[in-house]
Structures are given as C-alpha cells and as structure tokens.
Design a protein around this ligand. Structure first.
Ligand SMILES: [Zn+2]
Ligand SMILES: [Zn+2]
Length: 185
C-alpha cells in the first residue's frame, strides 16, 4: 500500500494520514519547518526545524497520538540580555477517534481538549495548530546565560560578567549611608 496523497501534491509533515497508521503501536519521526508554525515575534527565536517523534497506538478507528517535540531556541538572558541558545522540549498528547456523533455527544467531547472526534470518512488530520500550542506552552519563562549571571550594571549598563565597571556602586551606597547617619544625629 503506497502513501496516498490527496490530489494536489505533497502532504505537509504536520498532517497525519490516518490510514497510513498501522494497527497497534508504531512510530514516525518528522521535521517541521518552524517558520510555518506562525509562532509570532516573541523574545525568542527557534533555530532549525522542529523535530517531532510521534508514537501511535491504533485500535480500529481510535488513534492514540503522543508526540515529543524538540528544537533549538535562542532567547535573551533575562539578566544580561545576551543571546542564549538552549534546547526546547515539549510534548503533545491527543486521542483521535473516527466516529459518528450526535450534536450533544459532540458538545460533551468538545470540552476535552485532548480528544478530537473526526467524521467516519475523515482521511487526514492537520496537527499544525496543536504543535504550535505545544511549543508555546513549553517556552521557558526565563532564560539565563549561566546560573550565576551577574547581569548589567544598573547605572552604566556594563555587562558585569566581563568584569566590574567603574561605577563602584558599593562605595556610593556607603557614602549615602554615611550622609543619612549624619542627618539622623
Ligand atoms: Zn546573562
Ligand atoms: Zn556601571
């Protein structure tokens, strides 16, 4: 059995062709162009393709899908603003079911985000939106270039990881403290 494509060319890697998935457990690895995921302009940038390993468990018209996503990410260190490259890992869990449902049943299922009911005749499913959400959900809140990043001098903006600046904030603080003491006495 060959790879069946709908008329009109290539199937994008984010699309699952349901009848290509065998009964039982199987696995497939795809590369997704991150430019096509519409991740928007954030404080981060994805480098290279998104690597996705899908694991399927099919039983007749029920498809259990789990995906492990991995990509290189460049973001700013939240202390010193230097670009930092790190690995982004995310995952995806989804249950696909080809089934005829009544309106009420459809509503009940719609509440569960991880379940998608497809028409009995459905041939393929586009997972692009789900992959996009999985990546956004697992973006790190804060990125540090290193655990003990010293950050920037609040006065001159010098990157303190490359040595102290000439502001000598510690001494200035001491002088202010001395002035305060004078006023109190
Ligand atoms: Zn830093
Ligand atoms: Zn400084």
């Amino acid at each position: 059995m060959g790879r069946r494509r709908p008329e009109g060319g290539e199937v994008p890697p984010t699309t699952l062709i349901l009848d290509e998935i065998e009964e039982g457990i199987s696995r497939r690895q795809v590369e997704v162009d991150t430019a096509g995921l519409d991740l928007g302009e954030g404080d981060f940038r994805l480098v290279g393709p998104l690597q996705v390993v899908f694991r399927f468990n099919r039983s007749a018209q029920t498809f259990q899908v789990s995906g492990q996503l991995c990509c290189q990410l460049i973001a700013e260190c939240c202390r010193c603003l230097e670009p930092v490259e790190q690995e982004l890992e995310a995952d995806l869990q989804l249950l696909l079911q080809r089934q005829q449902l009544s309106g009420d049943e459809r509503e009940a299922v719609a509440e569960d985000e991880d379940v998608e009911i497809l028409d009995p005749g459905a041939k393929q499913v586009d997972l692009k939106e789900r992959l996009r959400e999985a990546v956004l959900l697992d973006l790190p809140m804060r990125v540090y270039c290193r655990e003990d990043c010293k950050g920037l001098c609040p006065q001159c903006g010098h990157n303190l990881n490359s040595g102290p600046c000439t502001c000598a904030t510690g001494q200035a603080d001491l002088r202010w403290a001395a002035l305060r003491d004078l006023k109190l006495s």
